[in-house]
Structures are given as C-alpha cells and as structure tokens.
Write a protein that binds this ligand. Structure first.
Ligand code: NAD
Length: 316
C-alpha cells in the first residue's frame, strides 16, 4: 500500500482523485484549507486509510510518516475564484508549490503538479503540443493564474534538475463532472444550471471560440498513469475532440431536454479563441486517451449529481 498526499483533495478534481486512489488500495492524506473546496466533497469517504488535514500550504507544513506520491492540486482554478483571489492564487502557485516540493524532497516521494492548458494562453499554434511555449498576457486579469502555473512548472523542473526530485507535470485541459460548483463560472456547470431551469444560456461572444472537455474519470486515470510512469516532461491531459461554445450550449440543451434559448454576453478579457490538446505524447508515454465523449459525460454528470445539486438548490 502506497501513501499519497493530495493537496487540494477537497476540491472538484482532488476529491475524485482521493476516491480513486483509495479504491486502488492506497492510503490518502488530503491537505486542503477549504478555500475553494468543501467538506461536502469528502465527507462521504469513510475509509480508515483516509485523513483530511486542514492546512494552508502557503505556510510551511509538515506531514508525519512516509509518503510515496504527492499530487499537488491546491490552487483556485475557476476564473471566478482566481479573479476574486489574485494574490492567494499567486502565493499558492509559488510558496505553496515550494513547500510541497520541499516536503516531497524530504520524503523522497514522486511529485505531480496539476498544471493547466492556460500555460498556452491564447495559443497561436493549434492544436497545442507540449513543445509550444504559449502566448500569455502576464499583466491581464487572468495572468495571476496563468503565470502562477508557469512559475510552478519552472519551479518543478528546478527541483528536478538541481535537487534530484522525481517530478511530473500534468497540463490539464477543461475537465467536468459531478461536484463542479453551479456558480463557479465555468461553461459546463453554468450551462447545465441554466438549461435545467429552462433559463437563457449565456454564451460569451459569438460562441465560435473552441474548447475541449474531458470527463473527470478520464482525467483522473491519466493523472495516475502519469504519476506512476516515471516521466518528467509536461504531458497534456485532455480530450482532443474540439467544440465551439455554441455547440456545447446546444448539446447541453439537448441532453437536458431543455427549452432554454441561447443569448450572448461580452467576451471576458483575454478569453482564448481556441483550445485543443495534442495528446500524441499521452498516447505514447501513458497509453492513455479519453474514453468518455461529451454527450455521455454530460448525461452522467446530470444523473450522478441530480438536477437540484446542479441548479444550486442543494449547494453546500
Ligand atoms: P477546486 O477549486 O475545486 O480545487 C482546488 C482545491 O485547492 C480546493 O479544495 C481548495 O480549497 C484547495 N486550496 C486552495 N488554496 C489552498 C491552500 N492555500 N492550501 C490548501 N488548500 C488550498 O479546483 P479543481 O477544478 O479541482 O482544480 C484542481 C487543480 O487542477 C488546480 O490546481 C487547477 O489549476 C488544476 N486544473 C483544473 C482544471 C479543471 O478543468 N478543473 C483544468 C486545468 C487545471
């Protein structure tokens, strides 16, 4: 049995990761100060092999006992959160990543950081391979998130090269599934919330901008494969099927059997025009590719979450 530390383990992705690691027979230490996560995401986990430590990783922290794997997910992730918490986002990406890498080094564990497709910014290469260096506006409102992640990647490689820490970098593309918060501002929970109430679906701009959407179980499988691979360079984890926001809205309406109409709102600053992972490397190195397509993933999200949770009536 391996011991895994999951920072951000009470968040959307982290809670699914904790569950999957436990199901695979690992011990899990979830480190989360509940800044954007919630106890509701983990309170159903009853395993004696699971512990939650309410720690703010911006401060130095210590974990007792041996650790084999560290999954570093703690960070505000939705635009609403990082625009509300710009300094926290930069501190968790810098100090928080330093402290977590330092702890990993002491434990002689392997480290994986949950980086993001946002390191590519508004890309000028399409689809985006890992070799693309990105096109990020460092001083725009989104810069706090994009640059914190780019710094965290640089830090990870510095600990790897200079300190010999065994590290991995997962560049995660938009992921969705149960436990996304209805009001977190991301497209899928927003569209589902609106569609399930037959309210207008608010698409930014003309809706021609593209995204690719990965179902959460596929993403978690990819992260664990990467962690267990021994590979050190960044690896894209995302679904290469690309949709316009308008297509997404229409699919959500269809899956929900909704009577919602589509309305348009102003584009946010620095909203990327395109977003599509090149997953050649993940296929080669991890033998991984997503299994669940958008329509099925949306239907699963509705079924497993329940309409009341998705519209926020039961939100904790
Ligand atoms: P989330 O907000 O649901 O989870 C983040 C968790 O980190 C929360 O539980 C929060 O309480 C915790 N946290 C934040 N600051 C902390 C601190 N200082 N100390 C301890 N815990 C802290 O977000 P998510 O969608 O689950 O994203 C998880 C990770 O994956 C993030 O690093 C994010 O950048 C990355 N990611 C997510 C997506 C996606 O589509 N969900 C895409 C790309 C990258």
């Amino acid at each position: 049995m391996a011991t895994c530390v999951v920072t951000g383990g009470a968040g959307f992705l982290g809670s699914h990761l904790c569950e999957t690691l436990l199901a695979r027979g690992h011990r899990v230490i979830c480190v989360d100060n509940l800044e954007t996560g919630s106890l509701a995401n983990i309170e159903h986990i009853r395993s004696p092999e699971f512990v939650h430590l309410n720690l703010d990783i911006i401060e130095p922290y210590f974990i007792e006992g041996p650790v084999d794997f560290v999954y570093h997910l703690a960070s505000p992730a939705s635009p609403i959160d990082y625009l509300r918490l710009p300094l926290h986002t930069m501190k968790v990406g810098s100090y928080g990543t330093h402290h977590t890498l330092g702890m990993t080094k002491v434990k002689r564990a392997r480290f994986l950081i949950a980086s993001t497709s946002e390191v590519y910014g508004d890309p000028k290469v399409h689809p985006q391979p890992e070799s693309y260096w990105g096109h990020v506006n460092p001083i725009g409102p989104r810069g706090v998130y994009d640059e914190a992640k780019r710094y965290a990647e640089a830090l990870t490689m510095a600990y790897h090269r200079q300190q010999g820490v065994d590290t991995a970098i997962a560049r995660i593309f938009n992921t969705y599934g149960p436990r996304m918060r209805p009001h977190d501002g991301r497209a899928i929970p927003t569209f589902l919330r609106q569609a399930l109430q037959d309210r207008p679906i608010t698409v930014f701009g003309d809706g021609s901008q593209t995204r690719s959407f990965t179902y959460v179980t596929d993403l978690i499988d990819g992260m664990i494969r990467l962690q267990e691979s021994g590979y050190h360079q960044p690896v894209n984890l995302g679904n290469p099927n690309e949709f316009t926001l308008l297509e997404l809205a229409e699919t959500v309406i269809d899956v929900c059997g909704s009577r919602s109409e589509i309305v348009h709102e102003a584009l946010p600053t620095d909203d990327p025009q395109v977003r599509q992972p090149d997953i050649t490397l993940a296929r080669q190195v991890l033998g991984w590719e997503p299994q669940i397509e958008l329509r099925e993933g949306l239907a699963r999200t509705v079924e497993e979450s329940g309409a009341e949770t998705l519209i926020g009536a039961l939100a904790s």
